[in-house]
Design a protein around this ligand. Structure first.
Ligand SMILES: Cc1cc2nc3c(=O)[nH]c(=O)nc-3n(C[C@H](O)[C@H](O)[C@H](O)COP(=O)(O)O)c2cc1C
Length: 378
């Protein structure tokens, strides 16, 4: 006999499908359109290392490994959370998790909201736990969902779904505002997030999606008990841009255009985090090569995250292409260490840096003297 759904069940089903469809549209837009920042940059282009012509290291001895959230990574690199929920996302998570495990870099998954709403979507996340038992795995859920009532039972489910070492709560008020059904009631956000962190035995990371965190934010995140901050500053993929392309209503379409470049550049937000935050810092948002990874580590990050470059690397399902891409990034980090006389990632964290251009102007405007970085001992 055909079972009939109640109106409430029909509504819930519609919402589940909407969440998965929205995630699929995001993937397609990112692959088919230019969604990069237009008039704002990460600021990393204003940061230079001091070249050591007399470097006396054996390049082969340089150790790029780090320990973060209890896991040892071979390189200080994390695939930022992107996908999950639908069959295309499952394929991507399948390939990306194999790549992460093979190269022993970290991997974040995209929002697990779809899997909480619809058990059929769970497999697209569970594949990550199966493929990558050893390396760092980071779960993901929107902070807005916590305001909506996500509780510690849901959080435990999110953790166990991928056997997560840490969970990222993504803060994306801009993205949510460029869509008709976005989570824009964020009343008591920090109180509710703090309560959930207190109830969690898994470390929680605060993650933006492309606008970074201000000093004010970082002070609040620290007080709330976050164990990590994943910067995701401006200068890379613009989520106002993605939503503007997806929007049909001119209100959202135009707002997305106007706010396309909104946010704090990745370099500036990473410097702010390093000023006062004691937990792990992931430098991210617009990171596109190994020298930029090294620059973020020198500014105070413990690892760097990249999203869209991995989407392009894995889009044709070539694990080899992605492995080659990671080899290239790792070699560029190593080369930066070699040319600055750093044997380890720890050494890289204190090398002198020359900060010029707009980033130096911005630092001065925020009361930071860029010479603090150039006067570090060689
Ligand atoms: C296709 C795609 C889907 C994404 N989905 C999520 C998500 O579900 N949760 C999240 O926190 N961030 C998500 N992001 C944002 C990224 O993690 C990252 O913060 C942002 O794209 C900036 O990094 P990038 O400049 O390296 O792309 C997504 C990014 C891409 C490209």
């Amino acid at each position: 006999m055909e079972s009939k759904n109640s109106p409430q069940e029909i509504d819930e089903k519609k919402e589940n499908t909407m969440t998965s469809e929205r995630k699929l549209a995001h993937l397609q837009i990112c692959l088919e359109h230019d969604v990069q920042s237009r008039n704002i940059t990460t600021g990393l282009e204003d940061i230079s290392f001091v070249h050591h012509a007399t470097t006396d290291l054996n390049m082969e001895d340089i150790d790029l490994s780090i320990k973060i959230f209890g896991k040892k990574l071979q390189f200080p690199l994390i695939i930022s959370g992107m996908t999950g929920g639908h069959s295309f996302a499952q394929q991507l998570n399948d390939f990306l998790s194999q790549v992460a495990e093979k190269t022993r870099i970290g991997m974040g998954v995209g929002s697990q909201r779809a899997a909480l709403e619809d058990t059929q979507a769970r497999e697209s996340f569970e594949i990550v736990k199966k493929n990558a038992p050893k390396t760092l795995k980071i779960g993901n859920i929107g902070a807005g969902q916590i305001v909506e009532g996500l509780n510690s039972t849901d959080l435990k489910d999110i953790v166990s779904m991928i056997s997560a070492d840490a969970i990222a709560f993504h803060f994306n008020p801009l993205q949510e505002s460029i869509q008709p059904d976005g989570d824009t009631n964020l009343h008591e956000l920090i109180e509710k997030v703090t309560q959930l962190i207190n109830e969690s035995s898994t470390p929680i990371i605060a993650k933006e999606v492309g606008s970074g965190f201000s000093r004010f934010d970082i002070t609040r995140l620290k007080k709330s008990g976050f164990s990590g901050i994943d910067i995701q500053g401006a200068g890379g993929t613009s989520w106002a841009g993605v939503e503007s392309i997806r929007a049909e209503d001119p209100i959202y379409k135009k707002a997305g255009e106007v706010f396309w470049d909104w946010g704090l550049p990745t370099a500036i937000s990473t410097i702010f985090a390093k000023e006062s935050f004691n937990g792990h810092i992931i430098g991210s948002g617009g990171v596109r090569n190994g020298m930029e990874v090294a620059k973020l580590l020198a500014l105070g990050a413990d690892a760097a995250g990249m999203a869209i470059p991995f989407l392009f690397a894995i889009q044709d399902h070539s694990i080899e292409k992605s492995l080659k891409y990671i080899d290239e990034i790792a070699y560029q980090i190593k080369l930066t260490c070699f040319l600055t006389g750093c044997q380890t990632i720890e050494d890289l964290k204190s090398v002198p840096l020359i900060i010029s251009g707009k980033t130096a102007d911005l630092l001065r405007a925020y009361g930071i003297d860029p010479r603090e970085y150039s006067s570090r001992p060689n």
